[in-house]
Design a protein around this ligand. Structure first.
Ligand code: TRP
Length: 333
């Protein structure tokens, strides 16, 4: 039997997920689980590389995120869901990859430099933060993954993973690790309620399982075409974040109707938003209901993750046997 392609991806535990996460990463993950052998995990060790001084929310964020994953339709019958820090083999491979990773590869990593400059309230001049992509490489290749679905921001990390995997195979004259491909998630960035990129740090998010009252209020207050000040002004839908949402949530007819209405001042922003609100509710209500069910049965959720973690561990243990062998660490006892 030919092995189905293996897909692996991870997300740092940021807590409840927002619509940007849903349309950016999760929908893609959900599609992939239909065809491939998918492993998805919570990258809690990666969270610690930046939040080591304030780790208080990592645990609850992990479970909030897992609940959202299951609510939107990641299906443990179809994919393997687990928590990184529960599979200690990642850390052993990370250690061994550290031996062969040239320091300049890490120092010139664009994310490393950018984050150092941007995140000034945390001290990121640490060994752990420099090693972030080595840990990520270990996450990926320990499962012999073929494809890694990620957003653009993660491409340098996948590239580094490929280089590390090649170097390992070359150095130990083996083919333990397939060279993984990045599967770029091509989605338009969903704007936040203020028109900027949706991000928790901007406070402009709509959360996947937020209450209808709160979603209603946020959409009603959402920015529109800034040049359309009065109801009688004509607008340009392409300048309104509300229209970006219509493209995801509304029918072709409705999209055409609100676009025309906006350009001709035939529809007001409130009416346009009301159409959107109806469609967002239709989409998110079942997800919120699923989440309530899961919250009421948290033991089952824990079992699902335990089973996924066991499966991931078996695979990792298998790979580490091969790795130890080729790096000269034969079992001593
Ligand atoms: N660095 C990724 C992010 O911030 C998370 C991550 C950790 C990851 N390990 C991974 C993604 C392995 C893909 C594969 O989004």
């Amino acid at each position: 039997m030919v092995r189905r392609k293996r897909i692996l991806s991870g997300m740092r535990p940021t807590g409840r997920l927002h619509l940007g996460n849903l349309h950016g990463a999760l929908e893609n993950w959900i599609q992939l689980q239909e065809q491939y052998d998918c492993f998805y995990f919570v990258a809690d060790w990666h969270a610690l590389t930046t939040d080591y001084a304030t780790p208080g929310e990592i645990h609850s964020n992990t479970w909030e995120m897992i609940l959202d994953w299951l609510s939107v339709g990641l299906d443990p019958q179809k994919c393997t869901l687990f928590i990184q820090s529960e599979v200690k083999e990642h850390s052993e491979l990370y250690l061994l990859l550290g031996m062969i990773t040239p320091l300049p590869w890490l120092e010139r990593n664009p994310t490393y430099k950018e984050q150092q400059q941007q995140i000034t309230q945390k001290d990121l001049a640490t060994y752990g933060f420099l090693g972030y992509p080595v840990l990520q490489a270990a996450d990926i290749i320990i499962y012999k993954a073929n494809g890694v679905p990620v957003g653009k921001d993660q491409l340098p990390h996948v590239e580094l993973t490929r280089e590390i995997a090649r170097r390992f195979n070359f150095m130990y004259n083996c083919e333990v690790f397939p060279i993984p491909d990045a599967l770029l998630t091509e989605v338009p960035v969903l704007p936040g309620t203020d028109g900027r990129k949706m991000s928790k740090s901007y406070g402009n998010c709509i959360f996947i399982t937020e209450s209808p009252e709160s979603i209603n209020e946020k959409i009603l207050r959402m920015m529109t075409d800034p040049q359309r000040v009065r109801r009688t002004d004509k607008g340009d839908p392409e300048l309104s974040p509300v229209f970006a949402y219509h493209k995801l949530y509304s029918s072709q007819e409705e999209i055409a109707e609100v676009a025309h209405g906006c350009r001709t001042a035939g529809i007001g922003c409130i009416d346009c938003k009301k159409i959107l609100i109806k469609n967002v509710f239709a989409r998110l209500n079942p997800i919120r209901e699923k989440r309530l069910e899961l919250e009421a049965d948290i033991d089952t959720v824990r079992e699902v993750i335990l089973a996924g973690t066991d499966k991931a561990r078996r695979q990792s243990v298998e790979t580490m046997r091969e790795v130890r062998e080729v790096v000269g660490l034969k079992a001593q006892f």
